[in-house]
Design a protein around this ligand. Structure first.
Ligand code: OGA
Ligand code: MN
Length: 287
């Protein structure tokens, strides 16, 4: 197993492993690399849905996939698998979620009380161009916060909106509400202690409909704009150009991700799993 870092702040490629036949020592190496780099990439994998679920389970219990935009669950008999795709079935309905547009910066399912620790995305079909997935370090984003901004947010919480997904689509079963102060969502501390490494991380979730608890809406918007501008600088990010057989695995507490738009006439089909969180995001306890 060889580990090659992808940028100074986030991501590593792990070479020389087959995820469908992984020994315990290699798994331990992957876990350590994930803690260290926030996200890991494997190329040239060949995984049936059951292999993807089996590899995912090594990290813990799995969350069931969120209900897709088409109201269905993804793979018959495998409720853990979420399909991210723009492809339409014979009836003209999307087989997956997120369409072909941009998926804005976010971390997965942070509108839950216990968001998933990790997510992984496995590529089956990818467009010739576009659809790159970007990963960004929220530990690095925390570490270079201006001191005065860090102090301002130290004891604050953000409400993570549950109304819209990162493709901008209304979630199934939720009332459309564009007022950040009143829309459904889950508050989490802005700065969290990473549950595995203890490192402080910025935990922002999604910009749309986010709300800083206890502030006037206008003050909340101003503060959030400032934080998001800081956290989404391209120099903190790795942009992944996909090939079929790639698997990208990221830590939702340590990173955010986004996706470039792509040609809606091209096909992109990915399978995703999400590893259940070990508890609600915790604030950093100053000693
Ligand atoms: C996801 C996601 C982006 C992509 O599956 O959680 O954000 O590249 N996907 O499809
Ligand atoms: Mn996502």
């Amino acid at each position: 197993m060889r580990i090659r870092t992808l940028t100074d702040t986030v991501g590593a490629e792990i070479e020389g492993v087959r995820l469908d036949r992984l020994d315990d020592a290699s798994f331990d190496g992957i876990r350590a690399a994930l803690d260290r780099h926030g996200g890991v990439l494997f190329r040239d994998q060949s995984l049936e849905p059951a292999d993807l679920v089996a590899f995912s389970r090594r990290f813990g219990e799995l969350d069931h996939a969120p209900v897709m935009e088409n109201g269905r669950t993804a793979v018959e008999g495998l409720p853990e698998i979420y399909i991210v795709s723009n492809v339409l079935d014979a009836q003209g309905r999307p087989i997956g979620s997120l369409g072909a547009g941009e998926a804005v910066w976010h971390t997965d399912m942070s509108y839950l009380e216990n968001p998933p620790d990790f997510s992984m995305l496995y590529a089956l079909e990818v467009p010739a161009s576009g659809g790159d997935t970007w990963l960004s370090s929220m530990a690095a984003a925390h570490d270079d916060l201006p001191g005065e901004l860090r102090e301002q947010i130290a004891d604050l919480s953000i409400k993570h909106d549950g109304t819209f997904n990162s493709g901008g689509y209304l979630r199934q079963g939720v009332r459309e509400d564009t007022n950040p102060a009143t829309s459904v969502g889950q508050p989490h501390p802005v700065i969290c202690a990473h549950p595995r490494t203890g490192r402080p991380v910025l935990y922002l979730g999604r910009r749309r409909n986010a709300y800083v608890m206890g502030l006037e809406l206008e003050a909340s918007e101003t503060l959030l704009d400032r934080l998001w501008e800081h956290a989404t600088r391209p120099e903190l990010a790795y942009a992944h150009r996909w090939r079929p057989g790639d698997l990208l695995l990221w830590d939702n507490r340590a990173t955010m991700h986004r996706r470039d738009p792509f040609d809606p006439a091209a096909r992109r089909v990915m399978r995703r799993t999400q590893i259940r969180g070990h508890g609600a995001p915790r604030p950093v306890v100053e000693t």
